[in-house]
Design a protein. Structure first.
Length: 56
C-alpha cells in the first residue's frame, strides 16, 4: 500500500528528492504521493521533519 502525506505537511520539500520512483509532487496545500507510482520503500517517511508521512 502506498505511503500518504497528511494535512500536517508544511511543504518543506524534504521528501521529494529522496523518492526513487519520483512519486512525490507539490500539490496546492501539501505535497502528494502518486499511489500508482509509489514503490513503498519508506524513504520519504524518514525524511519528513513533521512526521506527516505514513504507510497508507
Amino acid at each position: 500500500m502506498a505511503y500518504v502525506i497528511s494535512e500536517e505537511c508544511t511543504k518543506c520539500g524534504a521528501c521529494a528528492p529522496v523518492c526513487p520512483a519520483e512519486a512525490i509532487s507539490e500539490g496546492d496545500a501539501k505535497y502528494e504521493i502518486n499511489a500508482d507510482t509509489c514503490v513503498d520503500c519508506g524513504l520519504c517517511e524518514g525524511e519528513c521533519p513533521v512526521e506527516a508521512i505514513s504507510a497508507g
